[in-house]
Design a protein around this ligand. Structure first.
Ligand SMILES: [Zn+2]
Length: 404
């Protein structure tokens, strides 16, 4: 068994007064965050060496000092204020050695709600049935209702976030990946690599390569949502504002519906055409769960995990095979020569050092996933240089459609 992390995002329902308390806490954390950045910048001006602040304990000391001086900071639940230290450290770590300026910006609470991060297992929060209780200050805990059932996993950490006027609890679970291997008699299989550039990339038993494009319906609705949010921000008339909120709710629900039916259609097409699916599972370390761009990544991850579980169900109910493959090293290792090298995620194509062949990064992962799951691909050199078929989910006709 190997371990992997999965993310589950669940909307929570709160009392009005608790919503206000949450917003207040988030705002205080944001202030603490900005004070910490200011203090680091001051130190930097004095010492001129970023390395002196690359240490977590320096940051924790600073946080504690701020707490001593400011009762507002002091009242915040200690794990939450500490998490600010983690977040700032994360930004600091990205500043290269010898940099002449600390280019870390303040967080703007108005545009980016500061999430409440509970970094430790069962510390500061607890769950009973559909009720989650979490600490926000020395004396105050908040109870909220989870709108979805939580998976029976091992929760590693949890965060409370607000997006488009809704509140969410985002859980990071640890899951076990059982070692399933593709049985020899299965002929029609597809190996799938899910990634952020497109919806997924795939290779099948005949050596045909596939790309499934990102869900366009998502992009479309996201734009619409951003537009309404901008209007709400600029709106001063309360009657009009209430109408905009309603519209926002409608569009958000519509987006969820569209995504849901898209994921199901795509899964169905795969389950109909193949007898086995080999699919990679994310295995990020804790450090790989970054704080920057977290919201976007979380959304992508929940999508990815959701699609995987729909597909698993669709395969199993047809009596077909679903193989979850430990994704570790499937991206970094060249599937032709086995050479392992770190490649920046922005590089979508690389050259095999030994053979000089051009390799499409996602197809390379597919071959590695296939092999790891027990599907034979003896000579990948000819198949990993080109995508043969491209598909989209056409939300106007609610169907999967081939475009190339
Ligand atoms: Zn190579």
């Amino acid at each position: 068994m190997s371990k992997a992390y999965e993310v589950q995002k669940i909307e929570i329902k709160l009392k009005e007064e608790d919503r206000l308390s949450l917003d207040r806490t988030s705002k205080t954390l944001c202030k603490l965050n900005n004070s910490l950045i200011d203090s680091l910048k001051n130190d930097f001006l004095k010492n001129g060496d970023i390395r002196t602040i690359k240490d977590y304990y320096t940051l924790l000391n600073k946080v504690d000092n701020f707490k001593l001086k400011n009762p507002e900071f002091d009242d915040v639940y200690y794990l939450l204020s500490r998490s600010v230290g983690f977040r700032v450290l994360d930004s600091v770590k990205k500043v290269p050695y010898g940099t002449r300026d600390i280019n870390i910006n303040h967080k703007d609470w108005e545009s980016d709600w500061y999430s409440l991060f509970y970094s430790k297992k069962n510390r500061g929060f607890s769950i009973e049935n559909r009720v989650i209780t979490f600490r926000i200050s020395k004396t105050r805990s908040i109870k909220a209702t989870l709108t979805e059932k939580i998976g029976h996993y091992d929760i590693i950490n949890m965060r409370i976030d607000k997006q488009h006027y809704r509140y969410f609890a985002i859980f990071c679970h640890q899951v076990e990946i059982p070692k399933t291997i593709l049985p020899k008699q299965v002929k029609r299989w597809i190996a799938i690599d899910q990634n952020h550039e497109n919806f997924f990339t795939g290779i099948d038993n005949r050596g045909i390569t596939y790309r499934f494009e990102k869900l366009k319906s998502e992009t479309y609705f996201n734009l619409a949502i951003d537009e309404i949010v901008d209007k709400i921000k600029a709106c001063t008339n309360s009657y009009r504002k209430a109408r905009l909120y309603k519209a926002l709710n409608r569009v958000t629900n519509k987006r969820a519906e569209q995504t849901f039916s898209a994921l199901h259609s795509i899964s169905k097409v795969i389950a109909t055409n193949f007898d086995a699916v080999l699919i990679g599972n994310y295995v990020p370390s804790r450090d790989d769960l970054p704080y920057e761009n977290l919201k976007k990544i979380m959304v992508d991850r929940t999508h990815i995990a959701r699609f995987r579980s729909i597909l698993e169900w669709d395969m199993k109910k047809r009596g077909k095979i679903f193989v979850l493959v430990d994704e570790k090293n499937t991206t970094s290792r060249c599937c032709i020569c086995g050479n392992k090298e770190h490649k920046d995620p922005s590089i979508r194509e690389f050259t095999c050092k030994k053979t000089g062949a051009k390799v499409i990064r996602d197809l390379n992962s597919c071959v590695n996933i296939a092999r790891k799951g027990g599907a034979p691909i003896d000579n990948p050199i000819d198949i990993i240089t080109k995508i043969n078929q491209v598909y989209i989910y056409d939300y106007r006709i609610s169907k999967v459609r081939r475009v190339t």
